[in-house]
Design a binder for this molecule. Structure first.
Ligand SMILES: *Cc1c(COP(=O)(O)O)cnc(C)c1O
Length: 246
């Protein structure tokens, strides 16, 4: 068992702790901390906290609900940060999402890929970086494409000229002991590697968006290039925050 998550008082202290842990963990496994992007998941947290985080040098922020993101992003500013959609995207909200987000981490169906591509054409957006969310645990409640449907979705994304396939994302089930999450991270890396050699990813190298507050050290060991960290940066969320949709 690794030690329980310690969350210090102030945002800067929490962020320092996160950065130290990334540094330590990356060097322990022969990686560079600079190769790892932190997406600060600001869902449920107030605009002044986001501004504080920007002041502390963070640039990438993750939100999971369109309505909340609309309010927050219009206040903080669309261009002062890079906004990542990390929650499930319903087809009927794709147009709103496109106006708000720089990167979509939760592409999980052919229909959604085609819709986003068509909206990009209509709205003159030349490129939209996307990650495909892979559902490795086959949990009915979660979004993501099943592994056996992934090749079909990859092919569809290749046909979408406005979508840039940046990489893969996964959201494993929660375990108290992060070691139990390791097999999911390992599997996502293996899948990424197998499609990377076939040239599916926009920049050649496919990003791995995996690892959250209590398991990002394990994710780094397994090759994560994007960590989605909420609690360890912003502190605890209120329970209403926990839904993954909207
Ligand atoms: C909320 C959320 C996170 C961040 O979770 P923490 O445990 O607070 O770090 C990461 N990814 C997704 C998809 C989320 O919804």
């Amino acid at each position: 068992m690794s030690e329980p998550l310690q969350v210090p008082e102030g945002l800067r202290e929490r962020l320092d702790q996160v950065r130290r842990k990334i540094q330590t963990c990356a060097s322990r496994c022969g990686r560079k901390a600079e190769d790892i992007t932190v997406v600060a998941v600001s869902k449920t947290h107030r605009v002044d906290e986001v501004r504080k985080a920007i002041g502390a040098g963070l640039f990438d922020f993750g939100e999971n609900r369109i309505q909340e993101a609309e309010e927050k992003i219009s206040e903080v500013g669309r261009r002062v940060a890079r906004w990542h959609l990390v929650g499930h995207l319903q087809a009927n909200k794709a147009s709103r999402a496109l106006k708000l987000f720089d990167v979509i981490h939760s592409l999980d169906s052919v229909a959604l890929a085609k819709r986003l591509n068509r909206l990009c054409e209509e709205e003159d957006r030349s490129e939209l970086p996307v990650l495909i969310q892979v559902d490795l645990a086959r949990e009915q409640s979660k979004s993501g494409v099943a592994e056996d449907r992934l090749p079909e979705l990859l092919e569809a994304v290749m046909e979408c000229s406005r979508l840039q396939l940046a990489g893969l994302m996964t959201l494993p089930p929660y375990f108290d002991d992060p070691e139990n999450v390791r097999p999911f991270f390992t599997r996502l890396r293996e899948i990424r590697d197998s499609f990377e050699v076939k040239g599916y990813f926009d920049k050649g190298r496919g990003e791995l968006s995996m690892g959250m507050s209590h398991d990002f050290d394990v994710a780094i060991e397994e090759g994560a290039t994007i960590l989605r960290i909420g609690t360890a940066i912003f502190g605890m969320r209120t329970p209403r925050a926990e839904t993954m949709t909207g």
